[in-house]
Structure formats: C-alpha cells, structure tokens
Design a protein around this ligand. Sequence first.
Ligand code: C2E
Ligand code: CA
Ligand code: CA
Length: 424
Amino acid sequence: MERAIINQTDAATFLRTLEYALKERRNGTSSLGLLVASVENLDELISGFGHRRVLPLLGALGEKLCAMIGADDSVIRFGEAKFGILVKDLKNEGHLVLAANKILREVRRGIDSGGDALEAYMRIGATASCGSGDDPDRMLQQAETALLAAREEKREFLLYEPAQASRLRSALGMAKEIDVAIERGEISMYYQPKVAAVDRRPVGAEALMRWSSPTRGFVPPDVFIPVADETGHIESLTWFGINAAFRQRTDWPDRWGPLSIAINVTPSLVEHADLEEQLNNARGLWGVPADQTTVEVTENALMRPEQCFGALSALRRNGTRVSIDDFGTGYSSLSYFNSIPADELKIDKSFVMKMLDDDGYARVVRSIINLAHGFGLRVTAEGVEDPRTADALAALRCDFLQGYYFARPLPQDEFKVWLKEYRP
Ligand code: C2E
Ligand code: CA
Ligand code: CA
C-alpha cells in the first residue's frame, strides 16, 4: 500500500481500506492501531475565516499528519474534518498513546498552507485490533466511541475501553429520563442574587436549574444540560425553567424594588422560533415586565454571528435584556464587538476567582470591563467569593457582582429568606 492516502473519502471507502489492512495483518502477527482524529473547531474556523480559506488548510492538515506517521502507516480523510490513521506493526497500546500525543503536539503548533495559519483543535479516539476476529466496522466503531467519550470528558485523547460504550449509553438513558423528570417535579430552579457593585443592593437573580433524581441522586446541570442539548430535550427544559422562574419571582418580597430575572439559554435555542413566544407568554401570565427579564447566552453563541445576531436583536427589540455569559472563555472577534446585540457581558468566574492572585487575570478583567464600557455594555462579574475581590471589582467600575460571597444559588424558600434578611 502506498505511504498515505489523504483524499477525502466516505466512511464506506475508509472501511474497505481498513478491511484490507486487517487482512494483510492477519498474515503476520503484529497488531493494527486505528486513530480517529477530528477537527473540533471546524465551525468556528469556518465562521471566522470562511470555507475558501479553511478547506485548503484541512488538506494541509492531512499532509502534515502524513509527514508524521511511519512509512507503512496511512492517513485517510473521511468526512469533512475527520482523519483515520492506521498504525501498522503496533507493538502495544503505549505506541498508540505516543502516536496520538505526537499528532496533538504537532497540530497545536499550527498548520500553514500558502501563508495562512490555522489553529485547529483536535481530539483523538483510538483502538487497537486485538484478535484475528477483528472486523473493520467494529474497530471504527470503537475508535469513534473513544472519540465521543473524549468529547464528553473534555479530554484530547482517549483509548477505547468497553466501559465507555456503557457510559455513553447511560447518558442516552439520562436523556429519556429528563422529560419524565419535569413531569414528576424532580427539576427545580435555584436563584443566585446579583448585586450592584456600588451599594451592594440586590438588582436581580439568575435562575439555575437543579435535578434531583430518585435513581441518580443529585445530577449537576453541567452534566444534564449538555445531554439535554444534544438529545433535543433542552427545549422542554428551558420552557419549563422560564415558566417556573417567572412564576416564583411573583412571590419574592419586594423589599429591594423590582428584581430582574435571568434565564440561561443554550446557543442552540437562541434562534429557536418558539423562544420569543415562550418568553412573551410567561411574562404575560406572571406579569413580568420585559425589561426585567434577561437571557444569558454563552459567548460561543456569537461564533455564528450571522445567525444569532438577528435572533438576539429581535429579543432586544421586544425588551428582553441580553447578557453574554462566560465571557473571556470563548472566541469573539473585536471586529464585530460594536455590533453585538447585548446589554451586558458576564466575566467568567475562572478569571474573577484568580484576579487577586494573578496579575495576568487582573489585567484581563480590567480590559474586559473597559472594553465593554467602551461599547456601552454593562458588566457582571460572576464567581465573587470574598470581600476583597468584590472591592477590587468595584474599584475597576464593574457594574454588578454575583458569587458565593453574597449567596450560593438557593432554592425558592431560602432565596426569599435571603432577600428579607440580607444587609448590604
Ligand atoms: P453558568 O451560567 O456560568 O452559572 C454559574 C455557575 O457558577 C453556577 O453553577 C453557579 O452555582 C456557579 N457559581 C456562582 N457563584 C460562584 C462562586 O462564587 N464560586 C464558584 N466556584 N461557583 C459559582 P451551576 O448552578 O452548577 O450551573 C452550571 C452551569 O449549568 C451554568 O453555568 C449554566 O451553563 C448551566 N445551567 C444551569 N442552569 C441552567 C438552565 O436553566 N438552563 C441552561 N441552558 N443552562 C443552565
Ligand atoms: Ca449563566
Ligand atoms: Ca457563567
């Protein structure tokens, strides 16, 4: 077989190549390794640079992979941004780990093609053929399973283990339980106050979802929200959350004047045709003025500005406030900063929590605040855990503060008590 094939093929062609390699190997004794490497930030790259610049770079990436592998190994691009890498003469699984690390290291350095540099972010799943009964389909399935598990665990590389498949299936099982969980009253909203930095008076609260499952116990939102998002259950969860939060807001003591209520909306729902209607209905039903409702979307939603800017602008025309969540962790471009249809930026807690110990983070926080103010946006800092951080943020003219120092997210009853007893 030739040293490498980099043409784009489909999975079926890839399977035939794999089958051929497996047959060849059966005549010998060594085992065969398969890595499936995926470019994880393809959508971001295309949104940032356009197809015309990104597609040739994918070709260049294939060539770079070819240059890294052994003479008998081969690289095959299948699908838009996936590469299958066959490693022959595999001595042991450690060999696969080394190969994956080498690829990840090289790719991190950037890929050049005709003067363009592309920062591809890759993830790799891998498996090794172990017996003579190996069939190509199963090998590819195992490598893809390892890739999915790597994605779930936010790892750059994972080797296939049978347990991954059952873990992923249990995530699927979880998805089925989510709708039932709403009906059974297992999902509830917690509230975390947001205070003004100048006088520390409460100005609103963020609604955060909690799932207490009789079989799984407490499931953190970091776990079930992504599962719901990938399986289409996020709609019903979000509509439920909006209604529950707007309804419970009517019971809050009005000691601090009208408090705004913030709801988290995943990027996938920002453009959903029903979002606006759900907000309007719930506002009408529970008598919440539009300008006291905020939608928090993560910075990642901005990666497709053409699509989401229109949707966010429409929400704002209707009076809903828009807040860009986890700001600083994602990809945003200065070039469209002046046109972001938002009212507020929320600085991610990872910056806020380290700003007192690390000058670099302090500078990032200061820059975000100044930048946002320059564009007429207000700024909330989340993850404020102590009074010194609160003071430092106030000195930097941050507008609002949120974090454990003021209160953890609290169930409705405890939040009402907090509102009654809190002293700025
Ligand atoms: P997020 O929107 O960034 O929410 C802030 C998270 O930071 C919350 O975690 C909150 O409990 C935590 N937090 C607040 N103050 C502090 C602090 O001072 N220190 C530290 N260490 N953490 C703090 P939580 O409630 O576990 O939520 C995690 C994520 O789950 C949220 O991140 C949000 O992305 C998602 N999420 C939660 N509820 C919903 C929901 O109703 N809908 C959607 N779409 N996503 C939700
Ligand atoms: Ca949030
Ligand atoms: Ca956040």
